[in-house]
Design a protein around this ligand. Structure first.
Ligand code: GLN
Length: 257
C-alpha cells in the first residue's frame, strides 16, 4: 500500500510489520518522516508492510518499531527468510529501529523465556536478559558529538539489555534512565540505527528525524520546530527532576502526593 506523493525520484519510506511491532506507538516515526518531507515539498511515498507480505527492496528508509517478546521472534524469522532488508542495506538503505526492532537487527536477542534467538546481524549488537528489573521510564541521552544532535528524549520499556560490538557506535550516553544497560544508548552501524527511545522518538527528536532524512534526501531546508522545542524543554526538565519516574506502589503515590 502506498500513500503520499510518490514519483520516480520520491523518497521511499517503508514501515515494516506494524502488526507485530506496533505495541509502543513507534508507527508515529513514519508519520513524522513523511510530514517533514511533505512540509519541505520533497516527493515521498510511505509503504506499510504487514507480516506475511513481500518487502519492497527499493526503499530508501526502513522503519521497525518496538513489540512484545513473542511477535518479535516471529518478525525476526520472517525478515531473515525474506532477505529483502539485507539486500536493501547492502544497497545503502537507511534503517531506523526501536527497541524490539533494534534487538532483532543484532546478532541475537532473548525470546519470551530468555532463550537466545538469532537476529539479522545488520547491527553489531547483542541483546541479553540479565537479573535486573525491566527498564521502564523516561530516557534522556547526551548524544555523541559526532552526530551533531541536541539531547535525545523519550521513554523506554524493555527487559533486554544490549551490548555493542566494535562495528557499532552508540547514539550517546544516558543521563536519565537505562538505555542499553551499561551507560550508553542506541547503536549505529553504517546507516543502520537502533535505539531504546519510544515517544515516538522522531516526534520528540526532530533533529534525529532530519539526520536520517539528510542521509537519503541530501541537504534539507530548516523547519519551524518551535512548538516541539517547547515540549522538549518541558520533557527534558521533568526527566532531570525525576517527575516522570514510574510510580511503583501506593506508598510511592502517597509520598509523591
Ligand atoms: N520485548 C523486548 C524487551 O522487553 C522489546 C520491548 C520493546 O520493544 N519495548 O526487551
Amino acid at each position: 500500500m502506498g500513500t503520499g506523493t510518490g514519483g520516480d525520484s520520491a523518497v521511499r519510506l517503508v514501515q515494516l510489520y506494524p502488526d507485530l511491532l506496533g505495541t509502543y506507538g513507534d508507527g508515529g516515526n513514519a508519520t513524522v518522516l513523511a510530514k517533514r518531507l511533505a512540509w519541505r515539498g520533497i516527493p515521498h511515498e510511505l509503504v506499510t508492510v504487514e507480516s506475511g507480505a513481500p518487502i519492497p527492496e527499493q526503499g530508501d528508509l526502513y522503519l521497525l518499531g518496538g513489540g512484545e517478546d513473542g511477535p518479535q521472534v516471529e518478525a525476526a524469522r520472517e525478515l531473515a527468510e525474506q532477505g529483502a532488508l539485507h539486500r536493501a542495506v547492502e544497497r545503502g538503505a537507511v534503517v531506523f529501529a526501536v527497541c524490539a526492532g533494534m534487538q532483532i537487527l543484532g546478532h541475537q536477542f532473548p525470546d519470551a523465556v530468555g532463550q537466545p534467538r538469532p537476529g539479522l546481524a545488520l547491527l553489531d549488537v547483542q541483546t541479553v536478559r540479565l537479573q535486573r528489573p525491566r527498564a521502564v521510564g523516561e530516557l534522556l541521552v547526551q548524544p555523541d558529538p559526532c552526530w551533531g544532535l541536541p539531547e535525545l528524549t523519550g521513554f523506554e520499556n524493555h527487559g533486554g539489555r544490549t551490548r555493542l560490538g566494535p562495528a557499532a557506535r552508540p547514539l550517546g550516553r544516558v543521563e536519565v534512565g537505562e538505555g542499553n544497560g551499561w551507560g550508553e544508548e542506541g547503536a549505529v552501524s553504517g546507516r543502520v540505527v537502533g535505539t531504546y527511545l519510544h515517544g515516538p522518538a522522531l516526534a520528540r527528536n526532530p533533529a534525529l528525524a532530519d539526520l536520517l532524512l539528510g542521509w537519503v534526501a541530501g541537504e534539507l531546508a530548516p523547519l519551524d520546530d518551535r512548538e516541539v522545542e517547547m515540549l522538549r524543554e518541558e520533557r527534558i526538565r521533568a526527566a532531570r527532576q525525576g517527575e516522570l519516574q514510574p510510580r511503583r506502589s501506593w506508598k510511592d503515590l502517597i509520598r509523591r502526593g
